[in-house]
Design a protein around this ligand. Structure first.
Ligand SMILES: [Zn+2]
Ligand SMILES: [Zn+2]
Length: 98
């Protein structure tokens, strides 16, 4: 498969890219910026943060990249090929809110 997309968070080459609304749609994010993320980063973001947290505190790529949990995650995946499957567990507070 051609790995012709680059994830804006981990900067790895991947064959599938997804659109992440930096402000979730249900919080009025339709007209806001979209980040292009690999499925692993996208899953990780929604596993770590609730939509409320995303809308209020993590509504830019920079604020995501400066979060210690994201920094640790990026360190962990940077050497893993972009198309590898990585299983991600939802954090407790995200499970509770959904
Ligand atoms: Zn990524
Ligand atoms: Zn998303």
């Amino acid at each position: 498969m051609a790995q012709n997309h680059i994830c804006e968070l981990c900067n790895r080459n991947v064959s599938i890219i997804t659109e992440h609304h930096l402000i979730p749609l249900e919080k009025g994010g339709k007209h806001f910026k979209i980040a292009y993320l690999c499925t692993t980063c996208h899953t990780q973001i929604h596993a770590l943060f609730t939509n409320r947290e995303l809308a209020s505190r993590y509504n830019s790529l920079n604020s995501l990249k400066n979060d210690i949990r994201i920094i640790k995650f990026l360190k962990f995946i940077k050497d893993i090929p972009g198309d590898s499957y990585i299983s991600i567990k939802k954090s407790k507070h995200v499970r509770k809110s959904s």
